[in-house]
Design a protein around this ligand. Structure first.
Ligand code: SF4
Length: 73
């Protein structure tokens, strides 16, 4: 899967980093999300999907596969 992140919408709630620490972290400066792995697989992908659903600001999304990124997801 591929993760989409809109940092401008992030409010620094930290649910993503708690839910999927292999995929997300928080900036120590402004508290906003940092992406550690934009194309997680396996258990990390499942955790990332949960984080997308838990994010209170809608900053995270799952990017649908396209012809361009299908082979990399
Ligand atoms: S859960 Fe959403 S609002 Fe909270 S830090 Fe992560 S991306 Fe930002």
């Amino acid at each position: 899967m591929r993760i989409g992140v809109d940092r401008s919408r992030c409010i620094g709630a930290g649910m993503c980093a708690l839910t999927a620490p292999e995929v997300f972290d928080q900036d120590t400066g402004d508290g906003r999300v940092l992406t550690l792995d934009a194309a997680p697989e396996g258990a990390a992908a499942e955790a990332a999907r949960r984080a997308v659903g838990l994010c209170p600001s809608g900053a995270l999304s799952e990017v649908p596969p396209t012809r361009e990124n299908r082979d990399r997801t």
